[in-house]
Design a protein around this ligand. Structure first.
Ligand code: AMP
Length: 403
């Protein structure tokens, strides 16, 4: 790596999409951002914004057959702005990898053995790890000489004690099938808990934070002195909070009940719980903006969906308060957490005895910066802390390759 190699390309490869950002770690500047969608279809779409040149967003619809074609198209867009993958300024490529199991506790330089281990984890992440591996292979083929780093969604949660990570089922069965609570959104929980400490003017080791990552997927975590001690997602991203389309916590007997009484197959039940449940299952919409509009228009189903969402959220705040013993801050992040003031207000309402309160005026303020929304008298800080998973992946990748 040359001394002026300070750029990191971050790749987030999904089953039919690739999101990417090129960052310069000398100053954290974003040089380009983009997205390839509907890979494998006739109507694939590429959207690319060259922030470095101040150029306008470029969008094209064209068939993009596979991930290799997608990454070649991205490389072409970057090259057109003088930011090509062959640039000596590119230090590394950082890959978001969803499932790292128990083994990957930190960002890891990708070798054949690392890829093989990510492959071995496919049974516990059938939707995500195959796409992540494809992204890695294609990037390696494009720049075989460049370090590639895997940053795992599960890594931040590997500090959970066994009491939090184990399900209370037969130990041999659990271990034989790698069944335990892994947690997800770890990159976001790590970043937001650190940024929250910064907002309080403290070192992460000095504060206990409950992080509420509320996007289309949603998860909570209890972070004690910078280390995760519990999180709401489990073996898969289905457990925990009510989400856009996922049920979150449910009595597992519902599954056998549906199989026996509704004649549903395992795949149908899987699809019901992952794609047709949560907010969309409850009221037909998964976008919190639309749900709020419907509530304002007097829609009772939307109001009930909101209440169920908030009830679960409040339960997790209480649970993690108890897990942590002492809480310094509750941080809201991601699409809903950063934007939906009514969710923040309702989740914290009635928790004054726990030292939690939201100031209505502060809560109504919109902005891109981390900010406090609790009144000065509150014992526990309530904060809105925008997440930035790409910056965190780039930071961890660069720290590893420049060490
Ligand atoms: P994410 O997965 O973090 O991108 O979050 C996406 C979700 O955030 C959407 O499905 C919406 O429910 C929610 N969201 C985004 N913007 C707003 C907003 N202005 N108000 C309320 N909810 C929002």
């Amino acid at each position: 790596m040359t001394a002026n190699a300070t750029r990191v390309l971050v790749l987030n490869s999904g089953s039919s999409s690739v999101k990417y950002q090129l960052l310069d770690m000398a100053d954290g500047a974003r040089l380009a951002v983009g997205l390839v969608e509907r890979i494998g279809e006739e109507t694939s779409r590429l959207a690319h914004t060259p922030l470095a040149t101040g150029g306008a967003k470029r969008e094209r619809e064209q068939p993009i057959a596979d991930h290799e074609a997608a990454l070649r198209a991205v490389a072409g867009e970057l090259a057109a702005d003088g930011l090509g993958l062959d640039s000596p300024e590119l230090a590394a490529i950082g890959h978001r990898v969803v499932h790292g199991g128990k083994k990957f506790t930190e960002p890891t330089v990708i070798t054949d053995e690392v890829t093989a281990e990510i492959e071995r984890l496919i049974p516990v992440a059938p939707l995500h790890n195959p796409a992540n591996i494809t992204g890695i292979r294609v990037a390696q083929a494009l720049r075989p000489d460049l370090p590639q780093v895997a940053v795992f969604d599960t890594a931040f949660h590997t500090t959970m004690p066994e009491a939090a990570a184990r399900y209370a089922i037969d130990v041999e069965t659990a271990d034989a099938h790698r069944i335990r609570r892994y947690g997800f959104h770890g990159t976001s929980h790590a970043y937001v808990s650190r940024e929250t400490a910064k907002l309080l003017g403290k070192d992460p080791s000095e504060v206990n934070v409950i992080v509420l990552h509320l996007g289309n997927g949603a998860s909570a975590s209890a972070v004690k002195g910078g280390r995760c001690v519990d999180t709401s997602m489990g073996l898969t991203p289905l457990e925990g909070l009510v989400m856009g389309t996922r049920s979150g916590d449910i009595d597992p007997a519902v599954i056998s009940h549906l199989a026996r009484n509704a004649g549903m197959s395992i795949d149908e039940i899987d699809s019901l719980l992952n794609k047709k449940s949560g907010l969309i299952g409850l009221c037909g919409d998964n976008d919190m903006r639309e749900i709020r509009r419907r509530i304002d228009a007097g829609d009772e189903r939307a109001a009930l969906a909101f209440d169920i969402y908030v009830h679960r959220l409040k339960k997790y705040i209480g649970a993690y308060y108890a897990v942590l013993g002492k809480v310094d801050a509750v941080a809201f992040t991601a699409g809903v957490g950063e934007n939906a003031a009514p969710v923040r207000e309702a989740a914290v309402a009635g928790l004054e005895e726990l030292g939690l309160a939201v100031d209505a005026d502060l809560n109504a303020v919109r902005g891109d910066e981390a900010r406090l929304i609790s009144p000065e008298y509150a014992r526990v800080a309530v904060a809105v802390v925008p997440t930035d998973e790409e910056l965190e992946i780039a930071t961890q990748t660069y720290a590893l390759v420049s060490a």
